[in-house]
Design a protein around this ligand. Structure first.
Ligand SMILES: NC(=O)c1ccc[n+]([C@@H]2O[C@H](COP(=O)([O-])OP(=O)(O)OC[C@H]3O[C@@H](n4cnc5c(N)ncnc54)[C@H](O)[C@@H]3O)[C@@H](O)[C@H]2O)c1
Length: 370
């Protein structure tokens, strides 16, 4: 089976994303092909990755000196303290800028390691091996790095730092639980909404096969999703304008996550589904979106086996807390809340600031239906 790949061309770096199953067997050939060489590497791996898989990758990658570090993934662990653990390790082992940090895990390990790699000696080599669907179709692409602040919110500290290589092996997804699979699917779904009807209808037709991890459907959905994100990032690496479309549902979603104190009751991808649902409802409310398209999107969400709803998690008394987190969103440039909305499938609208009173009114009216 021929390995598929995409090239990402940004101002900062030009790098490849490889896709396949059993990709990790070919890791050395890929490193040689990409001319990626280093004296030392540190692989930071998620504690849920099978020990023999970590060992296999560790052995396969050739380098005179190799190190590994286990990481327990959680939003609360995506913090400065753990960045410091990685940085101190690199300093102790005398890593240079030409050495490499490798992340093996979901979006949390990836965000933390890429941030550490970006600030270590002003930037060392970085390879991302994402192991969750969410990280494969979203977090590993585009060069956003970041950590959280417990008091002020998610991803408020970070850099833009492109990786040197991304290896997407769909075999990792076999051990993911269905909740995590759906979280990744949320981003695939969001990418379809901002890109084209064609992408949306493909998902609508094959959602079952994709979530059952049928190889050909899954790999097409993953590659299409990465392609959408890559094209947006190439045009607007630093989120000056167009890249904001990737935040469809995220201003609401991040606020929902923060209002739950990043507890397991609502993880990132689930917050994104609820955020997209809310943004789509808001778009209908503001008459940007037709009722027919709104219904089509809602029918698709029904096909995702997803039982959570905003009104089950939050009560009226939580609305102010949610609005405060929305106001604190780093994408706001004034005291208004900047939302990404939808005019049609494939037609997102950006730079739509709303006063918090308008959003509050919407929540008071719609909370029961969200
Ligand atoms: N940088 C970006 O552009 C970007 C984009 C989207 C999301 N993110 C960030 O990504 C994070 C969410 O990523 P995530 O959903 O991958 O979370 P995660 O890294 O916490 O992984 C989810 C869960 O799956 C486990 N896991 C990882 N790989 C596994 C595997 N192969 N088998 C079984 N279990 C496995 C983890 O231990 C964790 O419990 C958030 O912090 C979010 O802010 C970043």
């Amino acid at each position: 089976m021929k390995i598929k790949s995409l090239k990402v061309n940004t101002k900062q770096k030009r790098y490849s994303i490889y896709f396949n199953n059993n990709l990790i067997n070919e890791i050395n050939e890929i490193l040689n092909k990409e001319n990626l060489k280093f004296e030392k590497f540190l692989i930071v791996y998620d504690s849920k990755i099978k020990k023999n898989t970590v060992e296999k990758i560790f052995k396969k990658i050739k380098a005179p000196k190799k190190f590994k570090l286990k990481f327990f993934s959680s939003e609360t662990n995506k913090n400065f303290k753990n960045v410091n653990v990685v940085i101190k390790y690199l300093l102790k082992e005398k890593f240079s800028r030409n050495d490499c940090v490798i992340s093996l895990g979901g979006g949390i390990v990836g965000d933390l390691c890429s941030f550490a790699a970006s600030i270590f000696k002003r930037g060392t080599k970085f390879i991302n091996i994402p192991t969750t669907l969410l990280a494969q179709v979203d977090a590993s692409i585009g060069g956003k790095t970041g950590i959280n602040d417990k008091k002020h919110g998610k991803n408020l500290i970070g850099t833009f730092y492109q990786p040197d290589l991304v290896l997407i092996d769909i075999n990792f997804l076999k051990t993911l639980n269905s909740r995590e699979l759906i979280c990744g699917y949320a981003e695939i779904f969001k990418h379809s909404l901002i890109s084209s009807k064609q992408n949306f209808y493909y998902l609508d037709k094959y959602i079952k096969e994709i979530l059952l991890l049928r190889r050909s459907y899954l790999i097409k959905a993953v590659i299409d999703s990465c392609k959408i994100k890559k094209e947006v990032v190439e045009k607007d690496e630093k989120e000056k304008n167009l890249r904001q479309i990737l935040n469809l549902g995220h201003t609401f979603g991040h606020a929902f996550e923060a209002a739950c104190n990043y507890k397991k009751i609502l993880n990132h991808g689930e917050a994104v589904i609820l955020g997209v649902k809310t943004a789509v409802k808001f778009s209908l409310n503001k008459k940007y979106l037709s009722k027919t398209t709104y219904n089509k999107i809602m029918m698709h969400i029904e096909k995702i086996d997803f039982k959570l709803s905003v009104n089950k998690i939050f009560k009226k008394k939580d609305i102010n807390k949610i609005l405060n987190f929305m106001l604190n969103d780093k994408k706001n440039v004034s005291n208004k809340i900047n939302l990404v909305l939808l005019k049609d499938i494939g037609l997102p609208i950006i730079n739509k600031p709303f006063h918090q009173s308008e959003i509050k009114k919407f929540f008071l009216k719609e909370l029961i239906n969200l």
